[in-house]
Write a protein that binds this ligand. Structure first.
Ligand code: GH3
Ligand code: MG
Length: 330
């Protein structure tokens, strides 16, 4: 573990450094408060700091206050070191944000034990943060495919609809459903079906831009929110996804399996002030039409209340592709 030492007295600084290195710490030495503040602002700053109270530039109390005044930074465990021993001084130090306090002349053994206690607190805090992040991932991601889950992608849709309306930029929405997926499960078993689902999700994510969001909407159905996509762009994104699934069969433990999907798409350029639910419904109806027109194709939504009124459009339907998929999966 790295420890920052801020101490203007040369002898005390040398003793501290020597002891800390003996106990296995990597030491970042600073000779005044300003230098310490600059070190503590670096992205990989030490998470433990031993600060002398009286220093030129910025004193230990000011440093404590500056560190605690930051938000969204990893917690820094601060131990104040001072010749002051009055109770008011101790309280002022703790009030400024110090975690612990040691009076000079310091007892090296006591410092070692206090630093150990500080490390326990930092370790606990890291575990808590990791557990919280883990819970957040579980709550927002689909455990099978690793993509956003239904709730998370719907939240993205809601916020992107608001943003699109406020900034007067288009927003694309795509509903994708794997074709004849049930027959893959029936022919090869559920585990192979899971492999296909994972691969399909991963190929679609790879074919999207970083700021598009794909989520698992249902069993073998995916919802894609594509910010900035007008009518033509959302069709071409869906077409890219369609080809990403089609271009190569999926490798499974039961051999290779060819897959395809059908797509219902809608763009905000087609509507005025329409609720996310209405958009999904329109994309869902388009998806239904894509299935009805032979699958393995992209269908644009044509009728939703509030739509500016583009006629239904079927694009890139691959009749031969869908026929062969239909044959393969019965
Ligand atoms: P269509 O082309 O009309 O969409 O036909 P389909 O067979 O894809 O659709 P259908 O709704 O008949 O079947 C979907 C299947 O997806 C049924 C369900 O058991 C399966 N499924 C849903 N979730 C999972 C999952 O997590 N893993 C696996 N292996 N299968 C799943
Ligand atoms: Mg399906």
């Amino acid at each position: 573990m790295r420890v920052l030492v801020a101490e203007d007295d040369r002898v005390s600084r040398a003793i501290l450094k020597l002891n800390l290195e003996k106990w296995g710490y990597e030491v970042v030495v600073c000779t005044d408060g300003l230098q310490a503040w600059s070190e503590l602002q670096k992205p990989d700053a030490p998470r433990m700091a031993i600060l002398d109270w009286m220093m030129p530039g910025m004193d230990g109390i000011q440093l404590c206050q500056a560190v605690r005044g930051r938000s969204e930074q990893p917690y820094v465990y601060i131990l104040l070191l001072t010749a002051k021993s009055l109770k008011e001084d101790l309280l002022a130090g703790l009030n400024a944000g110090a975690d612990d306090y040691l009076t000079k002349p310091m007892d090296p053994h006591e410092l070692e034990l206090r630093l150990r206690a500080g490390r326990r607190i930092l370790d606990l805090q890291s575990e808590l943060i990791a557990a919280r992040e883990d819970l957040h991932i579980q709550a927002t991601h689909d455990s099978l495919t690793g993509v956003a889950n239904r709730r998370a992608v719907l939240e993205t849709l809601e916020s992107e609809v608001v943003r699109a309306m406020r900034q007067h930029v288009p927003l694309g929405l795509i509903l994708a459903d794997l074709d004849h997926f049930k027959s893959i499960n029936d022919a090869h078993g559920h585990a192979v079906g899971d492999t296909v689902l994972r691969e399909a999700a991963s190929r679609m994510v790879a074919a999207l831009r970083p700021y598009d969001r794909l989520g698992r909407y249902g069993g073998e159905e995916f919802l894609i929110v594509a910010p900035g996509c007008g009518f033509d762009e959302v069709i071409s994104v869906a077409e890219r996804l369609r080809l990403a699934l089609l271009e190569e069969p999926v490798q499974t433990r039961n051999g290779i399996i060819e897959i395809s999907a059908s797509f219902g798409v809608i763009s905000s350029t087609q509507f005025n002030n329409v609720a996310p639910e209405a958009l999904i419904q329109a994309a869902d109806e388009a998806l239904y039409q894509a299935k009805a027109s032979g699958r393995n194709c992209v269908q644009v939504a044509g009728s939703v209340s509030g739509l500016a009124g583009n006629p239904p459009v079927t694009t890139s339907c691959s009749a031969s592709g869908s026929a062969s998929i239909a044959e393969r999966h019965g």
